[in-house]
Ligand binder design. Structure first.
Ligand SMILES: NC(=O)c1ccc[n+]([C@@H]2O[C@H](COP(=O)([O-])OP(=O)(O)OC[C@H]3O[C@@H](n4cnc5c(N)ncnc54)[C@H](O)[C@@H]3O)[C@@H](O)[C@H]2O)c1
Length: 345
């Protein structure tokens, strides 16, 4: 049994409280928020959970094994640091921190103290994303040429971070996970149309090893809600629509091949293949439940983490590099990764 305390009971925190409360192997002992109305709401929903306006009470409680952090991004580092120093395991919402420097310090601290540090990259716990990973690694799609995603909607405008830090952690974590790789460079352009200095629209291009390209469009200024990822392989292609409830993934047996024999250079022929469309059945477990169970399993059984601090740091490196590129008007910038900590080897 892992006893947890949850810091931050705004929009997302209650989902974590619900899931950790419902697992057989974890229990929510207390929750913290600086806003009294959020605490009284939590007390109403969960009368047995202790509620406090000071997260340090959670850190001091010897009954608590792990701290779950669902505060705004600026609070991730200071709360996670104190929680690790208090000897707790830590689950921190995405993104891990608001800079690479902070993320690196957390990863090193967790490794030094032998505590579990996990980042809430929820999508790597979805059935759809895991199906895409299986399809890529079974070879069904062939060699991966490129991945393109759109995560756009009207709002919700954030006050403390731009749209890249708000939405792109999802796409970068998905791409790193399904490709089992990390981008070697990033170029990005973005614009702030509504509030000066906080980009609300951005286009990122990531280059992965073996020439795979990835493009990410994130926006708070779009008429429709779109959550779509297209993966184009040399054999097949797929479209993942996270908004669709029943047909999240469509695999298209489509492709283009160049006829191998021709007499002159100008004579080559392309043949287009228009085959069947397949819609795989997906498990409908709640991804957040799978994610919370994974955190407990990493702590209790030592299973390898799918979303540890190093994975979170990889995402921060791509985000920070995208920010530099935006300031340098879209320049392609190589990412330099620090050595992995012991936990990720
Ligand atoms: N994984 C996902 O799909 C997903 C989805 C939404 C949000 N998130 C992440 O969850 C986090 C929270 O997002 P949100 O939308 O719930 O924000 P929110 O602003 O609705 O909630 C944050 C809460 O934290 C509280 N808080 C701030 N500082 C605190 C402190 N020092 N101690 C205690 N409480 C404190 C605030 O009062 C607020 O109630 C963010 O990191 C966000 O990126 C993740």
């Amino acid at each position: 049994m892992v006893n947890v305390g949850v810091v931050g009971c705004g929009y997302w925190g209650p989902n974590l409280i619900r899931n950790f409360s419902n697992l057989k192997s974890s229990r929510v002992v207390s929750c913290a928020d600086v806003k009294e109305d959020r605490l009284s709401h939590m007390k109403q929903l969960y009368p047995t959970i202790r509620a406090t306006n000071d997260f340090r009470e959670i850190l001091k409680d010897p009954e608590i094994d792990a701290v779950i952090i669902a505060t705004p991004v600026a609070q991730h580092y200071p709360v996670a640091k104190e929680a690790l120093e208090a000897g707790k395991h830590v689950f921190v919402e995405k993104p891990l921190a608001q800079s690479v420097e902070e993320g690196k310090a957390l990863v090193e601290l967790a490794a030094r103290l032998g505590r579990t540090l996990m980042v809430g990259h929820t999508f790597v716990f979805t059935a759809a994303v895991n199906k895409i990973k299986d399809l890529i690694w079974s070879g069904e799609l062939g060699e991966i040429h490129y991945v393109a995603s759109s995560r756009v909607n009207l709002g919700i405008f954030q006050e403390d971070i731009n749209v890249v830090w708000d939405l792109a952690p999802h796409d970068i974590s998905i791409m790193n996970y399904v490709l089992n790789s990390r981008p070697v460079s990033v170029s990005a352009v973005g614009q702030s149309y509504i509030r000066p200095g906080i980009e609300d629209v951005a286009f990122l291009t990531l280059k992965y090893p073996q020439a795979a390209l990835a493009n990410i469009h994130v926006s708070w200024l779009n008429p429709n809600k779109i959550r779509s990822t297209t993966v184009v392989g040399s054999k097949k292609m797929l479209v993942y629509d996270d908004i669709s409830s029943l047909e999240k993934i469509r695999i298209y047996d489509k492709g283009v091949t160049m006829t191998p024999h021709y007499d002159t250079f100008g004579e080559f022929h392309l043949s287009y293949r228009y085959g069947d469309i397949m819609i795989p059945r997906l498990d409908d477990a709640e991804p957040l439940k799978t994610e919370c169970q994974h955190f407990v399993d990493v702590i209790e059984k030592g299973v390898p983490s799918r979303s540890d601090g190093d994975h979170g740091l990889d995402v921060l490196l791509a985000l920070e590099t995208a920010g530099r590129s935006m300031r340098e008007r879209g320049a392609e910038i190589a990412i330099e990764y620090p050595p992995r900590t012991e936990s990720a080897k």
